[in-house]
Design a protein around this ligand. Sequence first.
Ligand code: CA
Length: 314
Amino acid sequence: MDSINKQQVEDNFKNLTSKDATEKIKELSGKDTSCFFCSNINSGKPFSVRPMSVQQLDDDGCFWFLSATDSDKNAEISSDAFDRNPILNNANAAILSTSLYGNTHRFIVAGSRKFEYGKGKYATTISSFHSWNSGNRFAYVYGGDINNDGTASNDLLYVPTDAEINDMQFKDDYKDVLGNIQNEAAQRQAFSQFIAQDKYLRKHRGGYTGKYAGETPWFNQWDVRILQDFNLLSARKMSTIQFSIDIVNIGNLINSNWGIRKYATTSGYFQPISVSYNNNSPVYTFDPSLKSTFTTSPDLPSRWQMQVGARYIF
Ligand SMILES: [Ca+2]
């Protein structure tokens, strides 16, 4: 549309300001119940628009989109763009980064073979499916609003050097999750050891972590299905009784250390260290019981499962 406006001579485009702009906005919004909200971001992406419904327009030309009914739409816009947007300074700046979603690599091996024997009376089918996946993305963020923008989950973590850790103030007599009192020295030492055990953090000491720069370890899953057919032959037709066994994540059945998933967090926002302010000075707390970035998930993807079945085919 902008290129058309530049070419044609009709009077259909005009820059308005102050009272004239307000009056025109009122005129337009009074005619229609919806409009398109345009975001002209500068990240190389096409011009984007979002349909919105105007609820009210005040005398200063301000639109009000809030509604008394709640469909979570307004909250979703706010949370995704702000609360769940790990940043260094300005959450409104559109900066391209690694996506939180999707695994970068996946390798799959699948196969199936049917064995027939007993002069057609029996058949055994063995199927195997094995996949290897790169890990899920997550962001290292503070547990606390260190940049004071009103959100305590969107501030990317700075990885201090040991000298800088010595200058950080930790909350004395902090009680960890196990109920033990941890003084400043214990938290400093544990935080330094935590950084040292993390492959990404120890490479970025003296700098900030990247948005969704964390990646959980690769994981694999091996599934097996066995079908046993008993063919019942008669003069008129053949019917089959079939028994099946499905074993999901059979590697974990063979060895409890196989087929497991490791996570830093299930939310995508890992907060290893917390921060609050005391007279404008940051005060940190680090739980020394946190000794490694990744823990084994206790959820079903880290377990083996079996299903048995039977069916009559005729
Ligand atoms: Ca913040």
